[in-house]
Design a protein. Structure first.
Length: 415
């Protein structure tokens, strides 16, 4: 085997140092003879001449220059990974083999290889393609090769089944207080609510249209309303409709609300809500909204038909760059009543947020007995959780445009 000149010179230098340390009494001539005898068979003529000279050997300058130019850790790591790949090493995600059948999926994993006595660098992306799967796609029906499931938007949760509702599903809960003609001028109603609201993309003919569905349950007057009744007041609101959300330009939508109330009376009502607005590039928005009742129901307590109050108002809405929304509106009703209200949504992080709302319907008859009977208001505070982790993302165009109906969006009055 051929040995380079630098290697031989380095060996001579080390050997001379060891011999000098172990045999301090040896003469320079005997020391030189021992060194030459040790490397007789592999020493080149140039090295022999260097050893015979009086100049002491020195380590090659190239070795010192190499030590001075030590590469940074990031470069050494990249070189190590590339060398390992050339030597036949494959990262863990490339060693996974998946076989899919109609009834089951079997995943086989090779042992982890070692490099220089340590586990080699492993780069494994849960959202990446699975080698051996159908077309190497993580989300076959709706996804892309980067794991974001395309329009589905559910990162790392597809598993060959598109779950678009997860991205915009909002789960809420909190407290709510309200009053209306159904309270007969007595105590207001206070209780708790739970809600679900979600939007899905329809994108009919490339229009960006989305659909939303929501439900809200309200439990109030937990201890009854003395002396009227000892029953608890329970309400269920349903909301469903279509909308188009934009960053700039014309934004609109319409939903149908359904109310089912069970107390010392039972009523079932429906109404339609709609809004149209212009969204400016500065995230400011001005629009018009309306709510109108579709039917009536007989109230056995007031002994008259009741229905949803028709309201109309102008609103201003501002969206922050971190997903927060603030809205104020003012208008009136078909009974010549004034209307004022607003809502606020502020996300804590990508999954959790705070929501509050209020609405007040100013009675036409002013203060006094008739005005107290006609007065209606609602206030609520709650927490919102979104499992899709997109509360702070403003480019989620299929998140619900409308809040699920409540006693501030669905006023009930006698006909």
């Amino acid at each position: 085997m051929r040995v380079s000149t630098r290697t031989i010179v380095a060996r001579i230098f080390v050997a001379a140092t060891v011999i000098s340390a172990c045999l301090p009494g040896i003469s320079a001539q005997a020391e030189d003879s021992l060194i030459k005898a040790a490397f007789r068979e592999e020493t080149s003529p140039d090295v022999k001449a260097m050893a015979a000279s009086d100049a002491p050997p020195s380590p090659p300058s190239g070795l010192l220059e190499t030590r001075k130019r030590r590469r940074p850790p990031s470069v050494r790591k990249a070189t190590r990974r590339n060398s390992a790949r050339l030597a036949g090493y494959r990262p863990r995600h490339e060693r996974l083999a998946a076989t899919h059948t109609a009834s089951q999926s079997v995943l086989v994993e090779a042992p982890i290889e070692m490099y220089d006595g340590q586990p080699a660098d492993i780069e494994f992306d849960l959202g990446g393609p699975v080698p051996g799967g159908p077309d190497d796609e993580f989300c076959d029906s709706c996804g892309s090769d980067n794991g974001d499931c395309g329009s589905c938007g559910v990162k790392k949760l597809c598993f060959q089944v598109c779950l678009p509702v997860i991205e915009s599903l909002q789960v809420g809960g909190g407290v709510q207080g309200f009053k209306g003609p159904g309270n007969l001028g007595q105590d207001s109603s206070f209780g708790f609510y739970e809600s679900l609201n979600m939007g899905i993309p329809l994108d009919l003919f490339g229009s960006g249209i989305g659909a939303q569905f929501g439900i809200r349950g309200v439990q109030s007057n937990i201890s009854g309303a003395n002396p009227r009744t000892s029953d608890r007041r329970e309400q269920v609101f349903l909301t469903a409709g279509l909308f188009r959300r934009v960053d700039c330009g014309l934004q609109f939508g319409a939903v149908i609300d359904y109310l089912s109330e069970s107390w010392d009376r039972s009523i079932d009502l429906t109404q339609v809500r709609g809004e149209i607005s212009w969204v400016h590039s500065s995230r400011n928005e001005i629009g018009f909204q309306i709510a109108s009742g579709l039917d009536t129901s007989f109230d056995s307590i007031v002994r008259a038909n009741v229905g949803a109050t028709d309201t109309y108002s102008i609103f201003y809405r501002y969206r922050t760059k971190y997903g927060g929304v603030a809205k104020l509106y003012a208008g009136g009703s078909n009974n010549s009543e004034g209307l004022a209200g607003g809502d606020l949504f502020m996300p804590f992080n990508d999954s959790w947020g705070f929501i509050s709302e209020f609405a007040y319907l100013v009675p036409q008859n002013g203060a006094g007995g008739a005005g107290n009977l006609q007065e209606a208001w609602n206030i609520g505070l709650g927490i919102v959780w979104q499992p899709g982790h997109r509360l702070r993302q403003t480019n989620n165009y299929y998140r619900p445009l409308f809040r699920v109906a409540d006693n501030g969006l669905f006023f009930v009055d006698t006909e």
